[in-house]
Design a protein around this ligand. Structure first.
Ligand SMILES: [Zn+2]
Length: 456
């Protein structure tokens, strides 16, 4: 009988060196390719038949397998190895386990620079995980999961609470979300405030990203006056999850961040302390409930240690009170404040000229590495809408193409994201996870792993 484990289990395993499809393919043909994000095991002991039982099961080879420790990886397995977190039902063996659920956390490879190594790095991008040194695999994995063979890894009497979701993994991720030390916080609403004289800038703290998931849409209620505890903004996240933020301060609403609200709402989650600010307020009275970063972190840790961590930490803002009509009326009578954050590019021509010039200066230098992509890749931009084509190794050419042409893959992003990307200031793996960059086609991931590196 497989037993659910109380915490995500740490495991190490290898896959075949990725081919052009950039997939993590198990060595055994009985197992399917891993997908980005959580994978659920299915028993295929009888090919072509419906699964005989839930995987894993004793006496059957099914389940997502991994070793307890990285020494289980042979030299031959080091072309594409990784660390995984596993949860749900787990069959534990002396050297490893077979699990119901697992997710890859990071990859490592001892391949030398070249096309095969590039494919491992592009695969890591596609799966939204970093490539780390072999010696760092274990330390990286321990941020999310725990070795089953740890003496303290399975405390007696711990209830099996994991199945089937990865909530506990999320708790650990919450602890890793940065809490900027140079501002004040209202813990129950996960909002931050930076006060300069009688002006307060307000935003959401990074841990709230967990309650929202990816791709938020934001509605700030610009009611002229805000009062502490009254609705300030509503943010809708993944799966329609909604967070209603009460204002952490009272005063006159001077500006809302239109760049965030209308153009790049993901900045609220990806750059919550900089570009993702929400509103500026002229304080009418000193805020009464704000605490320092350390106190917020302590409070968050206490909430996340509770039996229902999500409800404890985020429950206070999870149900939105809709603003009433009287709240909203002043918004219609009041001119919108000017956009405080200019976009990186004012027009499509602007973007094509600037990004095109940066690419043209780069391509000749990096041609040998880029030629291995063997595809025409369209760089598709929004805000402003503009498109660039790069031929990478097609007919021996590495070039920015002048006009429209059929592309083998697309990489889509906003003009602002492109600006950061080609300045070398973007965490590409994070941007993919947040869908700030969307890639269509395996060649797109390969291009994305090679192009920014050529700028460095
Ligand atoms: Zn089976």
């Amino acid at each position: 009988m497989s037993e659910p484990v109380p915490e995500p289990a740490l495991g190490f395993r290898a896959w075949a060196a990725p081919g052009p499809s950039l997939s993590l393919t198990p060595f055994s043909v009985a197992f399917r390719d891993w997908t980005p994000g959580p994978n659920r095991a299915v028993c295929h002991a009888r090919p072509g038949q419906p699964p005989a039982h839930d995987a894993p099961a004793s006496g059957c080879g099914c389940g997502l397998y991994a070793f307890h420790d990285p020494s289980g990886l042979t030299r031959a397995a080091r072309a594409c190895a990784g660390v995984v977190a596993a949860w749900g039902a787990v069959e534990v063996h002396a050297t490893g386990f077979r699990a119901e659920w697992a997710q890859v956390l990071a990859l490592a490879s001892d391949l030398p620079e070249g096309p095969a190594r590039s494919r491992v790095e592009a695969t890591a991008l596609r799966y939204g995980v970093p490539v780390v040194a072999f010696t760092h695999l274990e330390a990286y994995g321990r941020e999310f999961a725990r070795t089953l063979t740890d003496a303290d890894g399975r405390p007696d009497g711990t209830p099996p609470a994991l199945r089937p979701d990865a909530l506990r993994c999320h708790d650990r991720l919450a602890r890793r979300h940065p809490i900027a030390s140079d501002r004040l916080y209202l813990p129950r609403s996960h909002t931050w405030v930076r006060i300069e004289g009688d002006l307060a800038t307000v935003g959401i703290a990074a841990p709230l990203a967990l309650a929202l998931g990816f791709n938020p849409s934001i509605q700030v209620w610009p009611v002229g006056e805000v009062s502490e505890g009254a609705p300030l903004a509503t943010i809708t996240g993944r799966d329609g999850g909604v967070v209603a933020l009460p204002a952490p301060v009272s005063g006159e609403l001077l500006a809302v961040n239109r760049a965030t609200n209308e153009i790049a709402p993901h900045a609220v989650l990806s750059q919550p302390y900089t570009r993702g600010w929400l509103a500026r307020v002229r304080l009418s009275s000193p805020p009464s409930s704000l605490v320092a970063a350390g106190a917020y972190r302590d409070q968050l840790d206490r909430w996340l240690a509770s039996p229902t961590p999500f409800r404890a930490a985020f429950g206070a803002v999870a149900r939105p009170p809709r603003p009433t009509t009287p709240d909203l009326l002043p918004a219609f009578r009041r001119p919108r404040p000017p956009d405080p954050l200019p976009r990186a590019f004012a027009s499509p021509d602007d973007l094509v000229r600037e990004i095109g010039a940066r690419l043209r200066s780069l391509l000749p230098r990096a041609a040998p590495a880029l030629a291995q992509v063997g595809a025409v890749v369209e760089l598709r931009h929004s805000a402003p809408d503009a498109s660039l084509l790069v031929a990478l190794g097609v007919s021996g050419r590495v070039a920015v193409l002048p006009g429209p042409a059929p592309a083998d893959a697309t990489i889509s992003m906003s003009g602002d994201t492109a600006d950061l990307l080609w300045r070398g200031e973007l965490d590409v793996a994070r941007a993919l996870t947040d869908r700030e960059i969307v890639v269509d086609g395996a060649k797109g991931y390969l291009a994305l792993s090679l192009l920014p590196r050529a700028f460095a």
